[in-house]
Design a protein around this ligand. Structure first.
Ligand code: KIV
Ligand code: ZN
Length: 513
């Protein structure tokens, strides 16, 4: 029997971005969207157009650039949001409006303060209105897994009759368990007379660590043919279903699932690294498929087995998901052409030749200090260059720092603030504390530092350190990322990058409200 197609709907740029601190700039979103297109995802949910001007602009840019995937915007179930989504999606070759309304008794009564009849009516009208802009309309019954089946049948039948082409039943709070969630989708499909007019979709959160299992149960037991997921499982609280887990489960166990996918799996690890680097959300080493240890065999028995026959302990091949051994790609003697070619091979497009020149200059500086340059170094360098380019309010210039056993560390940091260069001194309990105190003596942000983490970008003591700083101020949480051979410099860059995000006026509404 020919395999059914499973639609991969990626919501890294929308639900993923709702993780505290994961907000991305338009340029960052465009880079991720292009990588998602290369990965072959069927639908890219590029954002929530009515949430902010920044989100609107990002969706519109992505809609104009992406050719091979459908571009989607989330919208609440009201005319204003839907019209805004349609406007943002206007340049797209293929567009989808995704409208949602909560259907659980708890959400209707406590959050929406609406009666079931009002919710029923609003859902119908929203889908009817969305259909004026596109034939591709998705309806999500928020908190679907905790909704009453009879009411859900009534609402979903009505929205399909109004023209919804995809029906998504989210497990919004990660409450579902696999057999029950799968059976619920199955029963809805069986009971709703026009259910065959729509594609059924699952959207699971990982609060109980069951998001992937629930999604797969929705597919196998329930007959869903779309899975909503994010790269690295990024998302609010414990995150969303991880795209890489769904894709590799379906592919590795084709014998069981018998489903076809459009995905180029060799693009999974590059996508994972890009998302982690941009958002500052590090991937845990033992994360399935994309964790640094996912293909490392430590025990002697396993190593011996793998050397004799790989499939003794390996169910997937590292190269099939895009893991290449750390490759030394360039060095001090590499010229501009070699650098430019490597950028192309990494699918990095810089806007102009002047940008390539600036990035090449940075590459040369790095190559002077580090003999072996890896792909990861180039990716970090390009991000840094983009930030420097983006007319940011704060920009790192230089620092000197002194630490000695028994002495309080001191630092002098020079950075530009709204175009003017300032230098400031600070001391602290450690070198990073000293640079933060120095910067704060001028920036006076009074933000609270929630997280400080350092990761080596590649292997060896010559590796660049990538620092993430998470700051909170006035209810906003942002992540800043900085990379350098000197982790104190990386920390200063990360702190300034977080301050830039706090400074940006790109406020968002929370779509779940
Ligand atoms: O989790 C959820 O319910 C959602 C919807 C808006 C689809 O993200
Ligand atoms: Zn969600």
């Amino acid at each position: 029997m020919a395999a059914d197609k499973l639609i991969i709907f990626d919501t890294t740029l929308r639900d993923g971005e709702q993780s505290p601190g994961a907000s991305m700039t338009r340029e960052e979103k465009i880079r991720i969207a292009k990588q998602l297109e290369r990965l072959g995802v069927d639908v890219i949910e590029a954002g929530f157009a009515a949430a902010s001007q920044g989100d609107f602009d990002s969706i519109r840019s992505i809609a104009g650039l992406i050719k091979d995937s459908t571009v989607c915007s989330l919208s609440r179930a009201n005319d204003k949001d839907i019209a805004r989504a349609a406007e943002a999606l206007a340049p797209a070759q293929r567009k989808r409006i995704h409208t949602f309304l909560a259907t659980s008794p708890l959400h209707m009564e406590k959050k929406l303060r609406m009666s079931p009849d009002q919710v029923y009516e609003q859902a119908r009208l929203a889908v009817r209105f969305a259909r004026q802009f596109t034939d591709d309309v998705e309806f999500s019954s928020e908190d679907g897994s905790r909704s009453e089946p009879d009411f859900l049948c009534r609402v979903l039948e009505a929205v399909i009759a109004e023209g919804a082409t995809t029906i998504n039943v989210p497990d919004t709070v990660g409450y579902g368990v696999p057999e029950q969630y799968g059976a619920m989708i199955r029963s809805l499909r069986e009971r709703i007379p026009n259910s065959d007019k729509a594609i059924w979709s699952v959207h699971c959160h990982n609060d109980l660590g069951l998001a992937t299992a629930n999604s797969l149960a929705g597919v196998m037991i329930g007959g869903a043919r779309q899975v909503e997921c994010t790269i690295n499982g990024l998302g609010e609280r414990a995150g969303n279903t991880a795209l890489e887990e769904i894709v590799m489960a379906i592919r590795t166990r084709k014998d069981y699932y018998n489903l076809a996918l459009n995905i180029d799996t060799t693009q999974i690890v590059p996508a994972s690294k890009l998302v982690s680097q941009i958002t500052g959300f590090a991937v845990q080493p033992n994360k399935a498929v994309v964790g640094a240890n996912a293909f490392a065999h430590a025990s002697g028995i396993h190593q011996d087995g793998v050397l004799k026959a790989r499939d003794t302990y390996e169910i997937m091949r590292a190269e099939d998901v895009g893991w290449a051994a750390n490759k030394i790609v360039l060095g001090k003697l590499s010229g501009r052409n070699a650098f430019k070619q490597r950028l192309e091979e990494l699918n990095i497009t810089l806007e102009s030749e002047a940008d390539v020149n600036a990035a090449f200059l940075r590459f040369k500086e790095l190559a002077d200090r580090k003999s072996e340059i890896f792909d990861e170094d180039i990716i970090a360098l390009v991000s840094d260059e983009e930030h420097a380019h983006g007319n940011e309010f704060y920009r790192f210039v230089s620092l000197s720092q002194h630490s000695e056993t028994g002495e309080k560390p001191t630092a002098r940091v020079t950075f530009s603030m709204d175009g003017a260069e300032v230098s400031c001194d600070g001391e602290g309990n450690g070198p990073v504390d000293a640079i933060v105190n120095a910067i704060e003596s001028k920036a006076a942000s009074q933000a609270e530092l929630l997280l400080f983490s350092v990761n080596a970008i590649t292997t060896g003591t010559q590796s660049q350190g990538e620092v993430t700083m998470r700051l909170s101020k006035g209810g906003r949480i942002v992540n800043g990322v900085g990379a350098d051979l000197d982790i104190v410099v990386a920390s200063a860059k990360a702190y300034l990058s977080a301050l830039n995000k706090l400074q940006s006026k790109n406020e968002k509404l929370n779509p779940q409200i």
